[in-house]
Design a protein around this ligand. Sequence first.
Ligand SMILES: [Zn+2]
Length: 499
Amino acid sequence: MGQLSVYLSFDEPIGNFWIDTGLVVLLRQFGEGEHSVERVREWLVSQLVQPSGNKGKYYDQNSGQFREYDKVNWIYPANIFIKVSGSAPKIDVEIEGKKEKVFTSPPTFDLSLKFSKRPGKCDFCGDQALLAEAKMWMYPFVVDPDKFGTFYSGTKRALRLCARCALAGMAGYLGWLWKAQGNEALHFFIFHSEPREMKRLQEEVLEPLRLKGDRSGTAPVAFAGPYTHETVWGLLLKLFTHVRNSDLLSEEARDLLASLLGAGKGGPPPAPITLYAVTGKPGQAFSMRALREFSKLQHLYRLYESWEKIIAEKNINKNPHQHIIQIFEQFWAQQGQNRETILRDKIAHAILEFLDPSPFVEQFLFDARAKEENPRPLVRGTLEILGKYLQEVFGMDEQFQRILAGFGYSLGSAAREHEEVGLLYALRNAKNPEDFYRVLNDIQFRLEITVPEVLLRIEKGERIAGVPWVRVKSLLSIYAMNAYLRKTTPQSGVQTKEA
Ligand SMILES: [Zn+2]
């Protein structure tokens, strides 16, 4: 049995992000070639088990006394999935007149793999090999993201795996990044690409950036919350800040990251990377809420670079990276003791999927910011970034944006002067073009400002200047309410955080 060996190679990924991640972990440790299954398994257990910080007692039969030992457990958060407890022989001992079962040595934690005598087909890679029966819970994410719905139905049957897939599956726990949000949410991040690229990504980029000794996780994030998309976005923004300048990454590592994000200095384009994010609720067991795949990281990075340029060009902040983070970080609202970040999640979701975030920015301004005790406008640069995004993703005309911004500013300022915030809400609440024009008419009359002509021409498909009317309405509401709030806020104290 101990003679069984496993062949590890960079050239044979199986295509599943969990198994391949583990395969890369094993390749980093052992290199390509033939390895003893037992040796690999022992190493994995040694990496997955650690002192828990608690003490236990066992009964030493030689001396007839209890002795203390340091308890160990599966490392967090792998222990939520690996449901095998430590074991040791037990005997009955009389303690204060009562019989109790006690360990006779410190319990050991182990993951055994028992292989069949005859070869069969591996459930993952399809190879003909001796197979180990493995419980599904050991391999939490070995599921096709598209078939997420059927995940739990598969849990009853044990998987039959070849030695390579079984070991790589265990090693998957060592290749993820994670972030915990108290008892609310636990996020896992797994990058997947061609194995050689993944090895370099893990070694050169993720390892130096991985947080150590932080009980809330290993994922470096610009911000995080209980929802998937905001936290994915927080992670990507953090990665993006290290591409051009980094106190943690070497120049080679930065070049690698740049090339993986499609911003390399030339040479053959690398295999694209995909980011898998799994969110669930921690507890006795892990309750999975979402498993998502993000593959357009290169496109996102290009957007990020265009924002960086704007922040620098407009002298908004000397540190554009930090400023972009501040812009996205701001979308939370105080609710009792908690920060509610659902709108930040929706904005992040829109950006990650190249959808329109403006309705959520609008909602944030009107329903969260405007209702605060001391309402503040958006962080400077937010509107510039939103505008750039709409230009890049939806081809919105820059000139038209300027007209909207200018008119929105006059409208918000006039609403402030005349104390007519109701008009802004009426604008925000417009449900159709007729409504929209009725409110504009009201605005013209009550605030005595002129509506730009371009807004008055509605085209086929309910578009204005080529833009769906509802986006025009949202943008105008955003510009106007932001100007309104800017005029509300006393000048001191506003700029301090952004300076
Ligand atoms: Zn296999």
